[in-house]
Write a protein that binds this ligand. Structure first.
Ligand code: TMP
Length: 206
């Protein structure tokens, strides 16, 4: 497949969205065709699935149901949003992808990395990003940022500190499992410094 598929990963409040927007602006100024999108969501059907997933009233959500919903959302988003950009030889930056499921569902919800990975292969047909940037940030700092920024609190934000700590440890585990694809940056630094780290990595793939 032509084009360049990049994903950003990390816990809540790690700054992925802010940095992604800055990078897209810069690359567009330089003349690249680049699109920014996010999971779960990004296209209408996937956004509808997202609403079910993040709804605070859905306290009865079973972990495997949740994993399947993420995979369903991923499939729709891949077909409608990611593949068309790659087919036109463009760059697509996606805020979360399969690694979020490996970590949140596989590790933090205890389904198992391998089971979640296998289940996702049906959705992705083994299409993987060329580069995944892990925004490494202590979850306590990330959650404080979310609270301070007054971002809307969703069902996932309401999880215990232990859950967010497991997510954080989970990211470090999968970063070690896939060292060629997943590159770690220090997300505790200033916005400019985090941007520079991410951009330097991306430039190696342009
Ligand atoms: P967001 O807040 O970054 O938009 O993501 C919504 C939440 O969904 C976030 O807590 C991470 C979670 N998530 C999963 O648990 N599994 C997944 O596969 C994805 C894409 C997100």
């Amino acid at each position: 497949m032509a084009g360049l598929f990049i994903t950003f990963e990390g816990g809540e409040g790690a700054g992925k969205t802010t940095i992604a927007r800055m990078i897209v602006d810069q690359l567009r100024k330089e003349g690249y065709t680049v699109e920014l999108t996010r999971e779960p969501g990004g296209v209408d059907i996937a956004e509808q699935i997202r609403d079910v997933i993040v709804n605070k009233d859905n306290t009865a959500m079973d972990p495997k149901t949740e994993a399947l919903l993420y995979a369903a959302s991923r499939r729709q988003h891949l077909v409608e949003r990611v593949l068309p950009v790659l087919e036109l030889n463009g760059i697509i930056i996606c805020d979360r992808f399969i690694d979020s499921s490996l970590v949140y569902q596989g590790i933090a919800r205890h389904i198992g990395i391998e089971k979640v990975y296998q289940m996702n292969l049906f959705a992705t047909e083994e299409i993987m990003p060329e580069l995944t940037i892990f925004f490494d940030l202590d979850p306590q700092i990330g959650l404080k940022r979310v609270r301070d920024n007054n971002r809307e609190i969703n069902r996932l934000d309401l999880e215990s500190e232990k859950f967010h700590q497991e997510v954080y440890e989970g990211y470090k585990t999968i970063a070690a499992m896939f060292p060629d694809r997943i590159k770690t940056i220090d997300a505790s630094l200033s916005v400019v410094e985090v941007y520079d780290q991410a951009m330097n990595l991306i430039r190696k793939y342009l």
